[in-house]
Each structure stands twice: as structure tokens, then as C-alpha cells.
Design a protein around this ligand. Sequence first.
Ligand SMILES: N[C@@H](CCC(=O)N[C@@H](CS)C(=O)NCC(=O)O)C(=O)O
Length: 255
Amino acid sequence: MLELYHWEPNVDSGEPLICLKEKGLAFQSRYVDLLQLQQREADFLRLNPSGQVPVLVHGGRVITEAGLVMLYLEDTFPQRPLMPQSLAEQYEVHFWIKYAEERIVPYVTLLGWHGITRPALARAAIGAARETLGRLPQERRMLWEKALDGACPDDEISLAREALGAAAHRLERSLERARWLAGGSYSLADIALVLAVRALRVVMPGLLTAERAPRTVDWLRRLEERPAVRETLALARVPAPERVFAPGPEPARWG
Ligand SMILES: N[C@@H](CCC(=O)N[C@@H](CS)C(=O)NCC(=O)O)C(=O)O
């Protein structure tokens, strides 16, 4: 049996959801409400001590990390392949999964959390989040402490905006060369980015307009028309999943 622990169909949770839908795999959806702190409940922390989604459970095996969950699904269920045949295109898939994880998702969630979700949190919710911080490993606790403080230093915001501007440029250049991110066919690379790019449009409106990024706008439209993406978005419990954010992965500091 496949079980997927996930939140709203946005950045990280959405990737394995779309993948499961594309492959037509039956799975048990386990919704974890991050803003209600369900990721800090003992049962969930036993699965993933860092208190993060998504988590796939397959036959008792626990698989974490959105990109790795997708690669696991691809290898385990090769029907309806989402990995291109050529090694060069496979490299592109791996490149975009890593690029999304390191250069897009951390910055989108930072801007979304500080710009939209954190300012709307009630004082009681902030207090409850602080009270349960002790259940987390130190690295995650420190990230959450900073996130709950509210104010984000201007230089972190401008770094995030700069990184996302560069990512938007890279995406557009890549789609000038090929119809899909890894080449001629739709793949895990597109799945790794689609929901992060929907959120990017929210946190930096004006960046991905038809004038500035026509290929990206067309790519997004084609993706949003896919039944698997539509079915994934239909799982949302909030009206606009691309507008809710939780602290995500920390931007890389070294290397
Ligand atoms: N590197 C992880 C990052 C996962 C992650 O940061 N998930 C966020 C949601 S986008 C989360 O669970 N945040 C809740 C929390 O830290 O309490 C992955 O790719 O799966």
C-alpha cells in the first residue's frame, strides 16, 4: 500500500501528488495540516523527526524528500514513465529537481511565509507553534524560531528576490530551447517546478508576465491543463493553495 503524508498541493507536497496521479497509482492520502502543527504530533515525528512533509510510506518503508520520493516512484512503478530515455535528458531531470530544491523552493517559501502567511497568523497560533518547538531537532527549531519572529532581514528578502529573478530567467531560456524542461517530453523536471512556479507568481507578481516570460507562461498553461495537475489541485482544502506557505527548506549557506 502507498500512503502519502502531505499538506496542501503546493511546492513540496504537490510534487509526489502529481507523480502519483500521472502514474494512475492508488494511494492513501494523509493530510497533515502544517498550520495546525499536525507535523509536530508524535505519530508524525516518528515517521519524519524533522517534522516535514511530504513523506511516502510504501510497504513499511519511509521515503522523504519530495524529489527523492518522485524518483522512488519512478523506479518502483515505471509504467507511464516520467523519466526521459536519453542520459542527457535524465541529467536535465536531476538538474531541475536539485535546482527547484535549492534555488526556488527555499526562496519562494521565505517570501510567502514572511509576506503572506506569517502576518495573518493569530497570536495564539504563534504561541502554540513556539510551545511545540522543543519537539524538533535543533536545525529545524532554529529555522522556525526565526520564522515565528516575524521580521525578516532586508538582505535576506533581497537575496531571495534576486535568486528568484535568476531562476525565472533560467526557466525562460530553457523553454526557448525545448518545449519541456528536460527536452521534448514532459517529465519529472516539469513536475518538480510547476507548483513552485505557481507560488512564485504570487510572491513576485510581475516577474512571469506574458511579455517578460512568454514561454514560461505557455508552459504553465500546458501543465495546468493536465488532468493529473488538475486532480492534484482539486485536493486543496484552502481556496488558493499557491497562497499558503509554511517554513520550508533553509536556503543553502555554503558551497
Ligand atoms: N527538502 C524537503 C523539504 C520539505 C519541506 O520543507 N516541507 C515543508 C513544507 S513546503 C514543511 O513540511 N514545513 C513544515 C515544518 O517545517 O514544520 C523536501 O524536499 O521534501
